[in-house]
Design a protein around this ligand. Structure first.
Ligand SMILES: Nc1ncnc2c1ncn2[C@@H]1O[C@H](COP(=O)(O)OP(=O)(O)OP(=O)(O)O)[C@@H](O)[C@H]1O
Length: 437
Protein backbone atom coordinates (compact mmCIF):
# COMPACT_ATOMS: atom_id res chain seq x y z
CA UNK A 1 0.00 0.00 0.00
CA UNK A 2 2.75 2.45 0.98
CA UNK A 3 4.72 1.99 -2.25
CA UNK A 4 1.55 2.43 -4.24
CA UNK A 5 0.73 5.71 -2.53
CA UNK A 6 4.36 6.84 -2.89
CA UNK A 7 4.30 6.14 -6.62
CA UNK A 8 1.08 7.99 -7.05
CA UNK A 9 2.28 11.01 -5.07
CA UNK A 10 5.52 11.19 -7.05
CA UNK A 11 4.26 10.48 -10.50
CA UNK A 12 0.70 11.61 -10.68
CA UNK A 13 -0.06 15.27 -9.86
CA UNK A 14 -3.78 14.72 -10.55
CA UNK A 15 -3.96 11.95 -8.09
CA UNK A 16 -1.91 14.02 -5.63
CA UNK A 17 -4.56 16.75 -5.81
CA UNK A 18 -7.30 14.19 -5.50
CA UNK A 19 -5.62 12.71 -2.46
CA UNK A 20 -5.21 16.17 -0.91
CA UNK A 21 -8.95 16.75 -1.39
CA UNK A 22 -9.66 13.39 0.15
CA UNK A 23 -7.41 14.14 3.12
CA UNK A 24 -9.04 17.54 3.60
CA UNK A 25 -12.50 16.02 3.48
CA UNK A 26 -11.51 13.34 5.92
CA UNK A 27 -9.98 15.94 8.21
CA UNK A 28 -13.34 17.62 8.45
CA UNK A 29 -14.82 14.30 9.41
CA UNK A 30 -12.00 13.74 11.90
CA UNK A 31 -12.58 17.07 13.55
CA UNK A 32 -16.27 16.38 13.78
CA UNK A 33 -15.66 13.10 15.49
CA UNK A 34 -12.83 14.14 17.80
CA UNK A 35 -13.06 17.94 17.97
CA UNK A 36 -10.81 18.49 20.94
CA UNK A 37 -8.26 15.75 20.54
CA UNK A 38 -7.58 15.47 16.83
CA UNK A 39 -6.79 12.27 15.03
CA UNK A 40 -3.57 11.37 16.75
CA UNK A 41 -4.99 10.78 20.15
CA UNK A 42 -5.99 7.25 20.95
CA UNK A 43 -9.58 6.99 19.80
CA UNK A 44 -12.39 6.12 22.16
CA UNK A 45 -12.43 2.38 22.35
CA UNK A 46 -15.51 0.46 21.51
CA UNK A 47 -17.31 -1.02 24.43
CA UNK A 48 -19.03 -4.34 24.06
CA UNK A 49 -22.33 -2.54 23.73
CA UNK A 50 -21.00 -0.97 20.49
CA UNK A 51 -20.57 -4.36 18.95
CA UNK A 52 -22.97 -6.85 17.59
CA UNK A 53 -22.41 -10.39 18.77
CA UNK A 54 -23.15 -13.06 16.20
CA UNK A 55 -24.83 -16.31 17.19
CA UNK A 56 -22.57 -19.29 17.25
CA UNK A 57 -23.45 -22.82 18.15
CA UNK A 58 -21.23 -24.38 20.72
CA UNK A 59 -19.99 -27.89 20.57
CA UNK A 60 -17.47 -30.04 22.27
CA UNK A 61 -16.61 -33.61 22.03
CA UNK A 62 -14.72 -36.07 24.07
CA UNK A 63 -14.21 -39.64 23.02
CA UNK A 64 -10.45 -39.79 23.18
CA UNK A 65 -9.95 -36.06 22.71
CA UNK A 66 -9.72 -33.48 25.44
CA UNK A 67 -12.95 -31.62 25.97
CA UNK A 68 -12.63 -27.85 25.57
CA UNK A 69 -14.42 -24.68 26.33
CA UNK A 70 -16.85 -23.68 23.57
CA UNK A 71 -15.69 -20.79 21.39
CA UNK A 72 -16.70 -17.25 22.16
CA UNK A 73 -18.99 -15.56 19.65
CA UNK A 74 -17.34 -13.71 16.78
CA UNK A 75 -17.41 -9.96 17.27
CA UNK A 76 -18.31 -7.72 14.38
CA UNK A 77 -16.79 -4.33 14.97
CA UNK A 78 -18.75 -1.44 13.59
CA UNK A 79 -15.91 1.01 13.64
CA UNK A 80 -12.20 0.74 13.00
CA UNK A 81 -10.00 3.43 14.43
CA UNK A 82 -6.29 3.48 13.85
CA UNK A 83 -3.81 5.44 15.89
CA UNK A 84 -0.08 5.50 15.41
CA UNK A 85 0.78 6.14 19.04
CA UNK A 86 3.81 4.70 20.82
CA UNK A 87 6.00 2.70 18.54
CA UNK A 88 3.38 0.73 16.68
CA UNK A 89 -0.10 0.93 15.24
CA UNK A 90 -3.21 0.42 17.33
CA UNK A 91 -6.48 -0.77 15.79
CA UNK A 92 -9.32 -0.38 18.24
CA UNK A 93 -8.26 -2.43 21.24
CA UNK A 94 -5.48 -4.23 19.34
CA UNK A 95 -1.81 -3.23 19.36
CA UNK A 96 -0.15 -4.60 16.25
CA UNK A 97 3.22 -6.20 16.95
CA UNK A 98 5.68 -8.15 14.82
CA UNK A 99 4.90 -10.09 11.68
CA UNK A 100 4.39 -13.78 12.32
CA UNK A 101 3.57 -15.03 8.84
CA UNK A 102 2.96 -14.17 5.22
CA UNK A 103 0.35 -15.48 2.80
CA UNK A 104 -0.50 -14.59 -0.78
CA UNK A 105 -3.08 -11.99 0.26
CA UNK A 106 -1.17 -10.22 3.01
CA UNK A 107 0.73 -10.54 6.24
CA UNK A 108 -0.26 -12.01 9.59
CA UNK A 109 0.72 -10.00 12.66
CA UNK A 110 0.81 -10.67 16.34
CA UNK A 111 -1.85 -8.47 17.96
CA UNK A 112 -2.19 -7.69 21.66
CA UNK A 113 -5.75 -7.12 22.85
CA UNK A 114 -5.71 -4.63 25.71
CA UNK A 115 -9.28 -5.51 26.70
CA UNK A 116 -8.62 -9.12 27.62
CA UNK A 117 -4.82 -9.04 27.89
CA UNK A 118 -4.47 -11.78 25.27
CA UNK A 119 -2.49 -12.18 22.08
CA UNK A 120 -4.13 -12.91 18.72
CA UNK A 121 -3.09 -13.42 15.11
CA UNK A 122 -4.32 -10.57 12.93
CA UNK A 123 -4.45 -11.30 9.21
CA UNK A 124 -4.21 -8.17 7.08
CA UNK A 125 -5.70 -9.05 3.71
CA UNK A 126 -4.69 -6.51 1.08
CA UNK A 127 -7.57 -5.83 -1.28
CA UNK A 128 -5.10 -4.38 -3.81
CA UNK A 129 -2.99 -7.53 -3.69
CA UNK A 130 -6.11 -9.55 -4.33
CA UNK A 131 -6.80 -7.40 -7.38
CA UNK A 132 -3.25 -7.66 -8.71
CA UNK A 133 -3.08 -11.37 -8.14
CA UNK A 134 -6.11 -11.92 -10.31
CA UNK A 135 -4.95 -9.50 -13.01
CA UNK A 136 -7.76 -7.09 -12.38
CA UNK A 137 -7.33 -4.14 -14.81
CA UNK A 138 -5.55 -1.19 -13.27
CA UNK A 139 -7.90 1.76 -13.25
CA UNK A 140 -7.52 4.89 -11.26
CA UNK A 141 -10.54 5.77 -9.17
CA UNK A 142 -12.15 8.97 -10.39
CA UNK A 143 -14.61 11.16 -8.56
CA UNK A 144 -17.23 11.05 -11.31
CA UNK A 145 -17.20 7.34 -11.98
CA UNK A 146 -17.61 6.21 -8.40
CA UNK A 147 -14.66 3.97 -9.21
CA UNK A 148 -13.45 3.54 -5.63
CA UNK A 149 -11.30 0.56 -4.85
CA UNK A 150 -14.20 -0.88 -2.92
CA UNK A 151 -16.50 -0.58 -5.93
CA UNK A 152 -13.95 -2.03 -8.33
CA UNK A 153 -13.41 -4.97 -6.02
CA UNK A 154 -17.10 -5.45 -5.49
CA UNK A 155 -17.71 -5.61 -9.20
CA UNK A 156 -14.82 -7.98 -9.75
CA UNK A 157 -16.31 -10.40 -7.23
CA UNK A 158 -12.97 -10.76 -5.44
CA UNK A 159 -14.13 -9.09 -2.28
CA UNK A 160 -17.02 -11.52 -2.17
CA UNK A 161 -14.48 -14.26 -1.87
CA UNK A 162 -12.92 -12.66 1.18
CA UNK A 163 -16.35 -12.09 2.69
CA UNK A 164 -17.19 -15.68 1.94
CA UNK A 165 -14.11 -16.73 3.91
CA UNK A 166 -15.26 -14.62 6.81
CA UNK A 167 -18.83 -15.90 6.74
CA UNK A 168 -17.56 -19.47 6.68
CA UNK A 169 -15.06 -19.01 9.48
CA UNK A 170 -17.61 -17.34 11.68
CA UNK A 171 -19.79 -20.44 11.50
CA UNK A 172 -17.12 -22.82 12.68
CA UNK A 173 -16.50 -24.21 16.14
CA UNK A 174 -14.22 -27.21 16.35
CA UNK A 175 -11.06 -28.20 18.17
CA UNK A 176 -9.28 -28.76 14.87
CA UNK A 177 -10.37 -25.60 13.05
CA UNK A 178 -8.88 -22.18 13.75
CA UNK A 179 -11.26 -19.75 15.47
CA UNK A 180 -12.06 -16.36 13.94
CA UNK A 181 -12.54 -13.88 16.76
CA UNK A 182 -13.29 -10.56 15.09
CA UNK A 183 -13.42 -8.84 11.72
CA UNK A 184 -12.50 -5.18 11.25
CA UNK A 185 -13.05 -3.56 7.91
CA UNK A 186 -12.95 -0.08 6.53
CA UNK A 187 -13.76 0.72 2.90
CA UNK A 188 -11.29 3.60 2.91
CA UNK A 189 -8.44 1.28 3.76
CA UNK A 190 -6.60 -1.34 1.76
CA UNK A 191 -6.47 -3.94 4.48
CA UNK A 192 -9.24 -6.08 5.83
CA UNK A 193 -8.34 -7.11 9.37
CA UNK A 194 -9.23 -10.59 10.51
CA UNK A 195 -8.48 -11.44 14.13
CA UNK A 196 -7.88 -15.14 14.80
CA UNK A 197 -7.04 -17.06 17.91
CA UNK A 198 -3.25 -17.27 18.09
CA UNK A 199 -2.07 -20.76 17.30
CA UNK A 200 1.33 -20.27 18.89
CA UNK A 201 3.48 -22.95 17.34
CA UNK A 202 2.63 -21.99 13.76
CA UNK A 203 2.67 -24.43 10.81
CA UNK A 204 3.14 -28.01 11.92
CA UNK A 205 6.05 -28.38 9.49
CA UNK A 206 7.64 -27.00 6.37
CA UNK A 207 8.00 -29.15 3.32
CA UNK A 208 10.18 -30.21 1.66
CA UNK A 209 11.97 -31.19 4.84
CA UNK A 210 15.04 -33.16 5.83
CA UNK A 211 13.46 -34.16 9.12
CA UNK A 212 10.07 -35.77 8.51
CA UNK A 213 7.78 -36.58 11.40
CA UNK A 214 7.94 -39.99 13.01
CA UNK A 215 5.18 -42.29 11.87
CA UNK A 216 3.59 -42.01 15.30
CA UNK A 217 3.47 -38.19 15.18
CA UNK A 218 2.31 -38.31 11.57
CA UNK A 219 -0.62 -40.53 12.63
CA UNK A 220 -1.49 -38.27 15.56
CA UNK A 221 -1.62 -35.12 13.40
CA UNK A 222 -3.30 -36.91 10.53
CA UNK A 223 -6.15 -38.01 12.81
CA UNK A 224 -6.65 -34.37 13.85
CA UNK A 225 -6.78 -33.27 10.22
CA UNK A 226 -9.30 -36.03 9.43
CA UNK A 227 -11.62 -34.81 12.19
CA UNK A 228 -11.24 -31.18 11.11
CA UNK A 229 -12.03 -32.08 7.49
CA UNK A 230 -14.97 -34.24 8.54
CA UNK A 231 -16.33 -31.32 10.54
CA UNK A 232 -15.92 -28.99 7.55
CA UNK A 233 -17.71 -31.44 5.27
CA UNK A 234 -20.44 -31.73 7.87
CA UNK A 235 -20.82 -27.95 7.66
CA UNK A 236 -20.84 -28.32 3.84
CA UNK A 237 -17.48 -26.68 3.35
CA UNK A 238 -14.73 -27.93 1.05
CA UNK A 239 -11.45 -26.38 2.14
CA UNK A 240 -9.46 -26.86 -1.13
CA UNK A 241 -6.07 -25.78 0.22
CA UNK A 242 -5.10 -28.36 2.81
CA UNK A 243 -1.32 -28.35 3.14
CA UNK A 244 1.17 -28.30 6.02
CA UNK A 245 1.47 -24.49 6.07
CA UNK A 246 -2.28 -24.31 6.70
CA UNK A 247 -2.10 -26.83 9.54
CA UNK A 248 -1.17 -24.90 12.66
CA UNK A 249 -0.01 -26.44 15.90
CA UNK A 250 -1.77 -25.35 19.07
CA UNK A 251 -0.44 -25.25 22.61
CA UNK A 252 -2.50 -28.35 23.33
CA UNK A 253 -0.46 -30.21 20.71
CA UNK A 254 -3.43 -30.51 18.35
CA UNK A 255 -3.65 -29.39 14.73
CA UNK A 256 -5.93 -26.53 13.74
CA UNK A 257 -6.86 -26.10 10.10
CA UNK A 258 -6.45 -22.50 8.91
CA UNK A 259 -6.85 -20.34 5.79
CA UNK A 260 -10.21 -20.65 4.12
CA UNK A 261 -9.34 -18.29 1.25
CA UNK A 262 -9.88 -21.06 -1.25
CA UNK A 263 -12.98 -22.86 -0.11
CA UNK A 264 -16.43 -23.74 -1.34
CA UNK A 265 -19.71 -23.94 0.47
CA UNK A 266 -21.93 -26.58 -1.10
CA UNK A 267 -25.49 -27.79 -0.92
CA UNK A 268 -26.62 -31.39 -0.92
CA UNK A 269 -24.10 -34.17 -0.40
CA UNK A 270 -21.03 -32.88 -2.17
CA UNK A 271 -19.60 -29.95 -4.11
CA UNK A 272 -19.26 -30.38 -7.86
CA UNK A 273 -16.23 -28.30 -8.70
CA UNK A 274 -14.72 -27.33 -12.01
CA UNK A 275 -11.95 -24.82 -11.29
CA UNK A 276 -8.47 -25.68 -10.06
CA UNK A 277 -8.11 -23.40 -7.05
CA UNK A 278 -5.53 -24.31 -4.42
CA UNK A 279 -1.85 -25.14 -4.28
CA UNK A 280 -0.80 -27.28 -7.30
CA UNK A 281 1.64 -29.49 -5.38
CA UNK A 282 -1.21 -30.84 -3.28
CA UNK A 283 -3.98 -31.08 -5.84
CA UNK A 284 -5.74 -34.11 -7.28
CA UNK A 285 -5.12 -34.99 -10.96
CA UNK A 286 -8.77 -34.44 -11.93
CA UNK A 287 -8.55 -30.83 -10.66
CA UNK A 288 -5.60 -30.10 -12.92
CA UNK A 289 -7.16 -31.10 -16.22
CA UNK A 290 -7.60 -28.54 -18.99
CA UNK A 291 -10.97 -30.04 -19.88
CA UNK A 292 -14.13 -28.51 -18.55
CA UNK A 293 -14.99 -31.44 -16.30
CA UNK A 294 -16.72 -31.41 -12.95
CA UNK A 295 -15.26 -33.31 -10.03
CA UNK A 296 -16.24 -34.15 -6.48
CA UNK A 297 -14.96 -31.70 -3.89
CA UNK A 298 -15.08 -34.31 -1.14
CA UNK A 299 -13.07 -36.80 -3.17
CA UNK A 300 -10.49 -34.34 -4.46
CA UNK A 301 -9.76 -33.11 -0.95
CA UNK A 302 -8.56 -36.61 -0.07
CA UNK A 303 -5.76 -36.07 -2.51
CA UNK A 304 -4.69 -32.98 -0.58
CA UNK A 305 -4.86 -35.03 2.57
CA UNK A 306 -2.77 -37.77 1.09
CA UNK A 307 -0.18 -35.27 -0.17
CA UNK A 308 -0.10 -33.77 3.29
CA UNK A 309 0.26 -37.17 4.94
CA UNK A 310 2.93 -38.03 2.42
CA UNK A 311 4.63 -34.74 3.20
CA UNK A 312 4.62 -35.61 6.90
CA UNK A 313 6.81 -38.61 6.18
CA UNK A 314 8.58 -37.99 2.90
CA UNK A 315 8.40 -35.66 -0.06
CA UNK A 316 8.15 -36.99 -3.60
CA UNK A 317 6.04 -34.38 -5.32
CA UNK A 318 5.46 -35.04 -8.99
CA UNK A 319 6.58 -38.65 -9.24
CA UNK A 320 3.20 -40.29 -8.85
CA UNK A 321 1.56 -38.22 -11.53
CA UNK A 322 3.21 -40.16 -14.34
CA UNK A 323 4.50 -43.37 -12.75
CA UNK A 324 3.37 -45.88 -10.14
CA UNK A 325 4.31 -44.82 -6.62
CA UNK A 326 7.72 -46.00 -5.54
CA UNK A 327 8.59 -45.52 -1.92
CA UNK A 328 12.18 -44.54 -1.15
CA UNK A 329 14.25 -46.75 1.14
CA UNK A 330 14.56 -44.02 3.71
CA UNK A 331 12.76 -43.17 5.84
CA UNK A 332 11.35 -46.63 6.40
CA UNK A 333 7.55 -46.60 6.49
CA UNK A 334 5.17 -49.34 7.56
CA UNK A 335 3.13 -51.47 5.16
CA UNK A 336 -0.06 -50.03 6.67
CA UNK A 337 0.94 -46.47 5.81
CA UNK A 338 2.06 -47.53 2.32
CA UNK A 339 -1.34 -49.14 1.76
CA UNK A 340 -3.18 -46.01 2.90
CA UNK A 341 -1.06 -43.72 0.73
CA UNK A 342 -1.54 -45.89 -2.35
CA UNK A 343 -5.31 -46.03 -1.81
CA UNK A 344 -5.46 -42.27 -1.35
CA UNK A 345 -3.30 -41.80 -4.43
CA UNK A 346 -5.78 -43.60 -6.66
CA UNK A 347 -5.95 -41.46 -9.78
CA UNK A 348 -9.52 -42.54 -10.40
CA UNK A 349 -11.74 -40.47 -8.10
CA UNK A 350 -14.49 -43.14 -8.12
CA UNK A 351 -12.32 -45.84 -6.57
CA UNK A 352 -10.26 -43.61 -4.29
CA UNK A 353 -10.64 -44.42 -0.57
CA UNK A 354 -13.26 -42.20 1.08
CA UNK A 355 -12.95 -40.21 4.28
CA UNK A 356 -15.18 -42.54 6.34
CA UNK A 357 -13.06 -45.47 5.08
CA UNK A 358 -9.82 -43.67 5.96
CA UNK A 359 -11.13 -43.14 9.49
CA UNK A 360 -11.41 -46.92 9.80
CA UNK A 361 -8.13 -47.78 8.07
CA UNK A 362 -5.92 -50.08 10.21
CA UNK A 363 -2.99 -47.64 10.08
CA UNK A 364 -5.18 -44.79 11.35
CA UNK A 365 -6.87 -46.84 14.08
CA UNK A 366 -3.87 -48.95 15.09
CA UNK A 367 -5.65 -52.07 13.88
CA UNK A 368 -8.94 -51.03 15.43
CA UNK A 369 -7.54 -50.41 18.92
CA UNK A 370 -7.71 -46.61 18.72
CA UNK A 371 -10.92 -45.63 16.95
CA UNK A 372 -11.75 -42.04 16.03
CA UNK A 373 -15.02 -40.47 17.23
CA UNK A 374 -18.03 -40.91 14.98
CA UNK A 375 -19.17 -37.91 12.97
CA UNK A 376 -22.18 -37.31 15.24
CA UNK A 377 -19.91 -37.37 18.30
CA UNK A 378 -17.82 -34.38 17.26
CA UNK A 379 -19.95 -32.46 14.76
CA UNK A 380 -22.90 -30.20 15.50
CA UNK A 381 -24.73 -28.19 12.87
CA UNK A 382 -24.05 -24.50 13.23
CA UNK A 383 -27.03 -22.26 12.50
CA UNK A 384 -26.58 -18.62 11.60
CA UNK A 385 -29.27 -16.35 10.26
CA UNK A 386 -29.15 -15.07 6.69
CA UNK A 387 -28.64 -11.60 8.07
CA UNK A 388 -25.61 -12.69 10.06
CA UNK A 389 -23.99 -14.21 7.00
CA UNK A 390 -24.78 -11.11 4.93
CA UNK A 391 -23.35 -8.90 7.63
CA UNK A 392 -20.16 -10.88 8.00
CA UNK A 393 -18.25 -7.64 7.58
CA UNK A 394 -19.43 -4.17 8.51
CA UNK A 395 -18.44 -1.53 6.01
CA UNK A 396 -18.09 1.77 7.77
CA UNK A 397 -16.12 4.91 7.01
CA UNK A 398 -13.26 5.64 9.36
CA UNK A 399 -10.26 7.90 9.73
CA UNK A 400 -7.70 5.23 8.99
CA UNK A 401 -6.76 6.41 5.50
CA UNK A 402 -6.07 9.97 6.53
CA UNK A 403 -4.05 8.81 9.51
CA UNK A 404 -2.07 6.51 7.29
CA UNK A 405 -1.27 9.21 4.74
CA UNK A 406 -0.49 11.79 7.41
CA UNK A 407 1.70 9.36 9.25
CA UNK A 408 3.67 8.78 6.05
CA UNK A 409 4.01 12.48 5.37
CA UNK A 410 4.99 13.26 8.94
CA UNK A 411 7.67 10.62 8.94
CA UNK A 412 8.76 11.64 5.42
CA UNK A 413 8.74 7.96 4.75
CA UNK A 414 6.57 5.70 2.70
CA UNK A 415 7.58 2.65 4.64
CA UNK A 416 4.69 0.62 5.94
CA UNK A 417 3.43 2.37 9.09
CA UNK A 418 1.95 -0.95 10.21
CA UNK A 419 5.48 -2.14 10.90
CA UNK A 420 6.71 -1.85 14.50
CA UNK A 421 10.45 -1.38 13.94
CA UNK A 422 11.50 -1.97 17.53
CA UNK A 423 9.78 -5.32 17.60
CA UNK A 424 10.91 -6.72 14.30
CA UNK A 425 13.20 -9.22 15.98
CA UNK A 426 10.24 -11.52 16.64
CA UNK A 427 10.31 -14.85 14.90
CA UNK A 428 8.71 -15.49 11.57
CA UNK A 429 6.27 -18.32 11.57
CA UNK A 430 7.38 -19.40 8.16
CA UNK A 431 9.80 -21.57 10.06
CA UNK A 432 8.43 -23.89 12.69
CA UNK A 433 9.28 -23.07 16.26
CA UNK A 434 7.75 -21.73 19.41
CA UNK A 435 6.46 -18.18 19.56
CA UNK A 436 7.24 -16.32 22.74
CA UNK A 437 5.12 -13.30 23.51
N1 LIG B 1 -4.05 -18.04 13.74
C1 LIG B 1 -2.74 -18.06 13.52
N2 LIG B 1 -1.87 -18.22 14.54
C2 LIG B 1 -0.53 -18.24 14.32
N3 LIG B 1 0.03 -18.08 13.11
C3 LIG B 1 -0.77 -17.91 12.05
C4 LIG B 1 -2.19 -17.90 12.19
N4 LIG B 1 -2.73 -17.74 10.97
C5 LIG B 1 -1.70 -17.66 10.11
N5 LIG B 1 -0.51 -17.76 10.75
C6 LIG B 1 0.82 -17.69 10.16
O1 LIG B 1 0.79 -16.87 9.03
C7 LIG B 1 1.16 -17.63 7.86
C8 LIG B 1 0.39 -17.10 6.68
O2 LIG B 1 -0.96 -17.47 6.83
P1 LIG B 1 -2.00 -17.23 5.67
O3 LIG B 1 -3.24 -17.94 6.04
O4 LIG B 1 -2.10 -15.78 5.38
O5 LIG B 1 -1.29 -17.79 4.39
P2 LIG B 1 -0.85 -19.26 3.91
O6 LIG B 1 -1.99 -20.19 4.07
O7 LIG B 1 0.43 -19.71 4.55
O8 LIG B 1 -0.54 -18.97 2.42
P3 LIG B 1 -1.58 -18.77 1.23
O9 LIG B 1 -2.58 -17.73 1.65
O10 LIG B 1 -0.70 -18.31 0.14
O11 LIG B 1 -2.18 -20.13 0.99
C9 LIG B 1 0.89 -19.09 8.24
O12 LIG B 1 1.67 -19.98 7.48
C10 LIG B 1 1.29 -19.07 9.70
O13 LIG B 1 2.70 -19.11 9.80
Amino acid sequence: MSADIANRLDLDPDYNAELADMVAAMNVAANRLTPSNGYRTTPRRLSLSDRKLSLQERSSYQNGINPRIARRPTIESKRVSISDGDDCVQLNQYKLKNEIGKGSYGVVKLAYNEDDDQYYAMKLVSKKKLMKQYGFPRRRPSRDSNGSLENLLKHSGLLDRVYQEIAILKKLDHLNVVHLVEVLDDPAEDNLHMVFELVPKGPVMEIPTDSPLTEEMGRFYFRDVLLGIEYLHYQKIIHRDIKPSNLLLGDDGHIKIADFGVSNVFEGNDALLSDSAGTPAFMAPETLTDQDLRFSGKTSILYYLQSTLFGFRLWMYGQWETAPVEFPDMPVISDGLKDLIIRMLDKVPGTRITLPEIKLHPWVTLDGTDLLPLEEEHCTVVEVTEEEVQNSVKLVPSLSAVILVKSMLRKRSFSNPFECPSRRQGRSMSAPGVLTV
